[in-house]
Design a protein around this ligand. Structure first.
Ligand code: G3I
Length: 420
C-alpha cells in the first residue's frame, strides 16, 4: 500500500519503528501484546504477518490453546498441540509469551467440573495438571494466569468445583502449587470488570489479601479490560483502580483488552470515542509505575469472541476486518509516543470534529535509557515543534504541526500524522 510503503521508506534509516510494542517499550512498559487465535494463524497470511511483527506485538497469549479442556480434556491425557501453536509462534518471532490459564471454572472438562472430589483428591488433580502444563512451558511464560475469574460481577464468590470443595482455600493452594512447578514465572490473578472499581474490584483486593495472608506467592493482577465504548472509565479512574493493587505490592497489567461497540455499524463519532477509550486505558497503565503491559484480546475485528457472546455488538479491536489500522490504533500509538518522548500536550480547549482524538500526556514513568529525549527547549515561532513519534496532524488535531529536526511530519491516515 502506498502509505505503508512511504512510511517504510521514512523509517528505513532507523532501527526502530513507530509500531505499538516498540513505542510501549520506549515508554517504559515491558510489552504491547495480543492474543493469538489458533484457528487463524496458519490459514490467514495477512493476520499472521501483523501478529508476528515484534515491533507491533512484543508478546503473545493463546486465546484458547492452554486452557484445561484444550490440554487435558481426558484425565491423564495431555495434548499440547493447540497451546504450542502460540508458544512456537512467539519463539520463532522473538516475541514473549503470556500463559493462560490454569484454575478456571470455564472451559474446564466435565471430568473435573462434575467429578466428586474431596480436598485431597482435587488437590491431586490440580497438582498433576499444573505439574504437566507448567513443566511443558517452563522457561517460556513471562506470567501464568493461575486463577481466572473467581468472582461474580456483583462481588460474590463464583460458584465452581474449586469453591465448593475448598472454599476460598483454593486460592492460596493454587498459587502455592504453581510456584512449586515453575518458580520463575509471574503468578497472576486475572479477571474482568474490575475496571469499574466496584464490589468486584473490592473482592479482587480481598483475593490478593487472602493469598498473601496465607503466605502464598502472588505477583500480579490482570485486568482483562473487556470494555464498552462510551462506558469505559476515565484515565484517572482507571489509574486509581490500578493503584489499589500496586499498593499491595503486586504488579498489574491489562491482559485481554477490547472495547466493543454496543451497536453496529459504528459511525465516525463512535469510532472516535472508542479511540479515546483505548487511549485512556493505555494511558492509565503508563501512569502507574507497577503497570507492566497491555495485551489486546486479538487485534483485528475479523477475529473476536464478542459477536458469538454478544450478538450485534463488536468491532472492539484496533484493526478492522481488512487489517486497516483503526482510529483506536492511532490513539494508542499517540499516547505511547507521547510517553516515550515527553511530547507536548495539545491545547486543552480543543473542540474535536470527526476522527479520533488523542491526548498527549507526558508519562510519570521514566523512559527507558534507549529512549530518545527531546533535544531542544527553545520554541521558535510560529509555535512548538513536535518531538520524534509525536502526533503532528490529522482531523481534529490542533497541537504542534512542525517536527523537531531532523524529523518530518508524515501522513499516516486522515486522522493522524506523526513525526518520523
Ligand atoms: O473447540 C470447539 C470446536 O471443536 C468447535 O468446532 C467450535 C464450534 O463453534 O467451537 C470450539 O470451541 C470454541 C472455543 O472458543 C475454542 O475455539 C467455543 O465455541 C467458544 O465459545 C470458545 O470461546 C472462547 C471463550 O473464551 C470461552 O469462554 C473464546 O474464543 C475466547 O476468546 C474466550 O476468552 C476468554 C478468556 O479466556 C477469559 N476471559 C474472557 C475471554 C472472553 O470470553
Amino acid at each position: 500500500m502506498r502509505v505503508e510503503f512511504a512510511l517504510a521508506a521514512v523509517l528505513a534509516p532507523f532501527t526502530v519503528t513507530a509500531q505499538l510494542n516498540d513505542l510501549a517499550v520506549r515508554a517504559g512498559l515491558k510489552y504491547f501484546g495480543t492474543a493469538l487465535r489458533e484457528g487463524a494463524v496458519n490459514s490467514d497470511a495477512a493476520y499472521r504477518r501483523i501478529l508476528t511483527d515484534k515491533s507491533e506485538f512484543g508478546q503473545l497469549v493463546p486465546e484458547n490453546g492452554q486452557k484445561w479442556e484444550s490440554i487435558q480434556g481426558s484425565r491423564g491425557s495431555f495434548n499440547y498441540q493447540q497451546g504450542d501453536i502460540t508458544a512456537n509462534t512467539a519463539r520463532s518471532s522473538g516475541q514473549g509469551l503470556r500463559c493462560h490459564t490454569l484454575v478456571w471454572h470455564s472451559q474446564l472438562p466435565n471430568w473435573v467440573a462434575s467429578g466428586s472430589w474431596n480436598r485431597d483428591t482435587l488437590t491431586q488433580v490440580i497438582d498433576t495438571h499444573m505439574a504437566n502444563v507448567m513443566t511443558h512451558y517452563k522457561g517460556q511464560c513471562y506470567a501464568w494466569d493461575v486463577v481466572n475469574e473467581a468472582i461474580n460481577d456483583d462481588g460474590t464468590w463464583r460458584n465452581s468445583v474449586f469453591l465448593r470443595v475448598f472454599g476460598t482455600d483454593y486460592l492460596p493452594l493454587s498459587f502455592n502449587l504453581a510456584k512449586k512447578h515453575d518458580p520463575d514465572t509471574k503468578l497472576y490473578y486475572n479477571d474482568y470488570n474490575l475496571e469499574y472499581n466496584g464490589a468486584k474490584c473490592d473482592r479482587a483486593v480481598e483475593i490478593v489479601n487472602i493469598v498473601q495472608k496465607a503466605g502464598a506467592p502472588i505477583d500480579g493482577v490482570g485486568f482483562q479490560g473487556h470494555l464498552i465504548v462510551g462506558s469505559t472509565p476515565t484515565r484517572a479512574q482507571l489509574n486509581t483502580m490500578l493503584r489499589r493493587f500496586t499498593s499491595l505490592g503486586v504488579e498489574v497489567a491489562y491482559t485481554e483488552l477490547d472495547i466493543r461497540h454496543a451497536s453496529l455499524p459504528a459511525n465516525a463519532q463512535a469510532n472516535q470515542r472508542q479511540a479515546q477509550d483505548f487511549a485512556n486505558v493505555v494511558g492509565s497503565c503508563l501512569d502507574v509505575q507497577g503497570c507492566i503491559g497491555v495485551t489486546v484480546w486479538s487485534f483485528t475485528d475479523k477475529y473476536s469472541w464478542i459477536p458469538e457472546t454478544f450478538p450485534g455488538e463488536g468491532d472492539a479491536l484496533i484493526y478492522d476486518r481488512n487489517f486497516n489500522k483503526k482510529a483506536a490504533w492511532t490513539a494508542i500509538s499517540s499516547v505511547l509516543a507521547a510517553a516515550a518522548t515527553g511530547a507536548p500536550q495539545p491545547p486543552s480547549s480543543t473542540s474535536v470534529p470527526a476522527g479520533p482524538t488523542t491526548t498527549l500526556v507526558t508519562s510519570t514513568r521514566a523512559p527507558t535509557s534507549a529512549a530518545p529525549q527531546p533535544t531542544t527547549t527553545s520554541i521558535p515561532a510560529p509555535g512548538p515543534e513536535q518531538v520524534r513519534w509525536g502526533q503532528c496532524g490529522g482531523q481534529g488535531w490542533n497541537g504542534p504541526t512542525r517536527c523537531q529536526s531532523p524529523y518530518t511530519c508524515t501522513y499516516s491516515n486522515p486522522w493522524y500524522s506523526q513525526c518520523l
